[in-house]
Structure formats: C-alpha cells, structure tokens
Design a binder for this molecule. Structure first.
Ligand SMILES: Nc1nc2c(ncn2[C@@H]2O[C@H](COP(=O)(O)OP(=O)(O)OP(=O)(O)O)[C@@H](O)[C@H]2O)c(=O)[nH]1
Length: 380
C-alpha cells in the first residue's frame, strides 16, 4: 500500500506551491477567484499539518477540532472562488460563514469523540456536491477542464459519502471489520483528489486568460466576430492558397441599410443589439471555414474560400433573405432590417485581400445607390 506520510508530504508541498502561485496571481491581477482558490489550497495544507500533529501531541482542540474546521473551510473557499469568477460571490460569503460557524458550534462538544469525524465528513460531502453544482455557472471555453473539475468534485463527494456511511456503520456497530486500512485508503484518495483539483483550477484559469487576451487582440468585442486586422491576416493566407491551388474565392462586403435610423429612433443600445443579431444571421449561413469580420461600424466582410461566383451569389442572396424575412426583436419592439451586399469573385492574380475588398465595396456602393436591400456582383 502507499506510504501515508509520503503522500501527505507530497500533497502539502504541491498545495503550498499551487497556493502560493495563486496568491501571487491575486496580488498581480487583483482577481478575487485566485485569492479564494489559493486560500483553499493553504487551508487544506494547514488542515493536514494540524491533523498530522496527532502523532506528536495530545491536544484534540488543535489536532481534531481545528483540523476539522480547516478541512471544512477548504472546499468553502473553493466555492467562493467559483462564485467570484462568475461575479456572483456577494451573498455566498454569508452562506459560507454560516457553515463555518455552525460547524464550530456543532463540533465543539463532540470534538474528542468519533462523532466529530462523522459530522465533518458529512459537511465536506455536502460542500463538494455543492461545488460540483456551482460549476454549472462558470462561463469558460475549456469545456474539458470544466468537466474534469466537476468530475473531481463529484468523486470527492462520493468518497466522503462512502467514508460517512462506513463511519456511521462502525459507530452503530453494524459492521464487524477493522476499518483502519479502508479509512487510510479513503484518506489517501481524499488527499490525491484534492491536490488534483487544486492543479486543474489554475491551469484552466491560465488558459482562459490566454484565450481572453487572444480574443481581445483578434475579435470584435461586440459581436465576437474577427476584427479587421485578424480578418485581413487570415484572408491573405486564404488568398495565397487559392492562387497556389488555382481555386476560386469570393469576397463580400455587407452593410446594414439605414442603420443610423435604428440608433436615432431606438437608441444606441438597441443599435448594438441589432449589430449582434445581424452578425449571428450572417454567421448562421456560412460554413465553418468561411471568414466573417466586423470591419467597421455597421459593415461586415466575408471571405468564402473554394467558392465559385454562382455559389457566392446564391449564398449572398441567402444571407440577405435571412435578414429580410425575419424580424429583430428587442425590448418588445420588432424591427425590420435589411442589408446591401457587394460581391467579387477572385480567380487568380492579386495576393492582397484589400484589393478584393475594395472591388466588393464598389458593388456595395452600387447596391446602395440602386435602392439597397440587394446583392450586386462586380467583375474583376
Ligand atoms: N449602435 C451602434 N451604432 C454604430 C456603431 N458603429 C457605427 N454605428 C452607427 O452606424 C450608423 C451608420 O450610419 P451611416 O453610415 O450614415 O449609414 P446608414 O444609416 O446605415 O445608411 P446607409 O448605409 O446609406 O444605408 C451611424 O449612426 C453610426 O453611429 C456601433 O458599434 N454601435
């Protein structure tokens, strides 16, 4: 079997490193979730140290009572970390403080009896079950990490439930077996899974912030579409590929008609929502590898790789009709929006997407002057 003191020492070391790392991130970025999650690691460390002191001193108030309170506080701090990340931590402080105070009151009279372990285990099982439940609110890109974290919490809750039922059966003399070995295995699982959980969180948060930075640099914050800069960069490489493979490619310029009126009549906020709605409508008609960007106020650009002129035209018409045939609803108001589209097909030659877009823009200008709500094809 695994050597318990070694497991405890490794877990203490890892939790100290992760806890210190998270706290330093907190001081650097002032994000409360790092503070709570770092504190959770350190509370777990203190809990293990105080509980391990049982071997050396006979002072149950520290080695049992304090250790139990610390081990209960660790998942509570993690729960606060989850809520702080979803910016909904205010009311949960009170709930967590209530759990700690209740545990202090319940455990004090029984801290020197087998009941303390039973009660502590039950509270921790509830905390971990709740933590798994609270994770549903987390808005993250890394679904796999989130699922792994949830799994850790669920396993943890199940381990605690198992320990709880064993301890209750033992307390009531229902089973006649020596539980020492089984409880040691449970303790080891508890330590390993806690350490694993502590590792997943910072990794997930780190990758999330990387994603946020990447999005800030490459995406339009309102619609989530590519911004002009990243659109041009990717489009140029699409164009190079099209030239290399001798395939056709279409470029579209799309502009919402009379958008100024939307802002003037319904306000800027409604205008913003209308932009998001149009962005979604355009995207809903495209394939996964088509590129779409918001390149100006109410102006969008699209690149359709491996697309002939006929295909590009019918797709442009589909986008136009998707917007024309629907209504944009916002705050009990139904608005009718239309778009004008200019389209150009690239056959070979230029490596510069700006040239293509300038041609598509001429088509857009024609569509506007012809009365709007239409698609105009330009010949290169
Ligand atoms: N709500 C909102 N409005 C924006 C944003 N960016 C640009 N606009 C508005 O978009 C409107 C564009 O107006 P114009 O360029 O006159 O064009 P239009 O009214 O759509 O008319 P046509 O293009 O000729 O059909 C302006 O009122 C801008 O203030 C934005 O991010 N949010």
């Amino acid at each position: 079997m695994m050597h318990l003191p070694t497991i405890i020492s490794i877990s203490i070391l890892l939790n100290v490193i992760i806890g210190a790392f998270l706290l330093s991130l907190y001081f650097l970025r002032q994000q409360a979730s790092y503070l709570y999650w770092g504190s959770s690691c350190l509370l777990f460390v203190f809990a293990q140290i105080t509980a391990s002191l049982r071997v050396f001193i006979d002072f149950p108030l520290i080695t049992h009572y304090l250790a139990d309170l610390l081990i209960i506080s660790a998942p509570l701090a993690a729960i606060l970390g989850i809520h702080a990340y979803s910016q909904s931590d205010k009311k949960y402080h009170k709930a967590c403080a209530f759990v700690v105070i209740l545990s202090m009151l319940i455990l004090l009279p029984v801290h020197d009896s087998p009941l303390n372990q039973i009660i502590t285990t039950a509270i921790i099982a509830i905390c971990f079950s709740y933590a798994a439940f609270a994770l549903r609110k987390l808005q993250v890109e890394r679904i796999m990490h989130l699922a792994l974290l949830k799994l850790c919490f669920v396993i943890h809750a199940l381990i605690m439930l198992l320990q709880f039922s064993l301890l209750v059966s033992d307390y009531q003399d229902i089973i006649d077996t020596d539980l020492t070995h089984i409880l040691a295995v449970i303790l080891i699982s508890h330590i390993i899974i806690t350490t694993l959980t502590a590792m997943i969180w910072p990794l997930m948060m780190f990758l999330e912030s990387e994603q946020v930075l990447n999005d800030l640099a490459n995406r339009d914050p309102l619609t989530g579409l590519l911004n002009r800069r990243s659109f041009i960069t990717i489009s140029n490489s699409y164009l190079e590929q099209a030239n290399h493979n001798l395939t056709e490619l279409c470029a579209l310029m799309i502009d919402i008609d009379f958008f100024k009126k939307v802002n003037d009549q319904y306000g800027h906020e409604t205008g913003d929502e209308a932009l998001k709605w149009v962005a979604k409508k355009i995207k809903s008609q495209l394939r996964e590898h088509d590129l779409v960007a918001r390149i100006g106020g109410e102006e969008f650009a699209v690149i359709l790789p491996s697309t002939t002129q006929t295909q590009g035209e019918s797709l442009s018409e589909r986008i136009r009709l998707a917007i024309h045939n629907d209504r944009f609803f916002y705050q009990n108001q139904a608005l009718k929006l239309t778009i004008s589209v200019g389209i150009i097909t690239h056959k070979s030659g230029t490596n510069n997407v700006n040239e293509l877009l300038a041609e598509a823009d001429k088509g857009l200008y024609k569509a506007k002057s012809n009365g709007r709500n239409q698609v105009v094809t330009m010949a290169f």
